[in-house]
Design a binder for this molecule. Sequence first.
Ligand code: ATP
Length: 323
Amino acid sequence: PTKIGVLTSGGDSPGMNAAIRAVVRTGLHYGLEVFGIHRGYAGMVEDDIEPMNSRSVANIIQRGGTILKTARCKEFMTPEGRKIAYDNLRKHGIDGLVIIGGDGSFRGAQIFSNEYDIPCIGIPGTIDKDMAGTDFTIGFDTAVNTAVRAIDKIRDTADAHDRLFIVEVMGRDAGYIALHSGIATGAEHILIPETKTNVEEIIAGLTEKEKRRKLVNLIVVAEGDDTGGGDEVGKMVKERLPNADVRVCILGHIQRGGSPTCLDRLIASRMGYHAVECLMEGKHNVMVGIVNNRMHYLPLDNAVKAKERFNKEWLRIVKILAS
Ligand code: ATP
């Protein structure tokens, strides 16, 4: 390629800026012209496309969000919309794309690339971590550390009042944020979408702990758990244990924001660099992942949400360490 475009699409995640910076500067290093496409595929359809230079990405490596902004774009789901997008890319002479986003964005890229023979390279950016073909996704480490810091604060007040706190963290389909932050904050129970939640077991556990006057009781729930999330768990526990002082806290969008951690900046920089390398080598339609600390290239077709990749033993660790 001689001219490449970079975009962020789907849900935003901290570290996307570091990836944009890496793509732009690596592209320039190889003498490519690099264009920033604003608001995901919407910018392609609406021709919201601008040339970028080294200065365009100065002072952004530490910033959350995405300077290119992100969006969901219905038009791109239709062949007519993708035709308009293609015509706009042609107008600028763009002949290669780097897409930073989730599995939905990669599906769109795959379809687009099959229709118009533009090589597309995906970089996994999602706080949920649930992507096949990579150990890390950009934003997970920051999100989980934000959750840990928040839960630590909640633990202080839970301790001061002998309260039972139920904390809901993000994760509609995946329990990684809940599992990692729950273990790291010493939660008694961690409720995740990948496993069936046994309410009776939780009630029995809480009753037993009540008897031996355990100081702090903390339950971490992923928003997509089969119980229905934090509020539902709160209701159930209050019904069954009317004497317990139960509070529910939903962490929400703070988990998506903030300055990316060192790890997220590092993987974003590596993935951004390698995405451009892929284009230079003539690779078509792969997602750049990291497996066992090595770069791993997965066909975009296979870059889907991965479920139940987590280690079941972790749930055993939760039980033993909270007893
Ligand atoms: P996240 O799951 O982290 O929010 P995502 O990339 O999975 O990220 P989606 O909303 O699923 O987010 O997809 C982002 C955009 O990708 C969509 O708004 C649409 O423009 C495009 N897209 C998704 N699926 C398709 C598809 N099957 N065909 C064409 N375009 C698609």
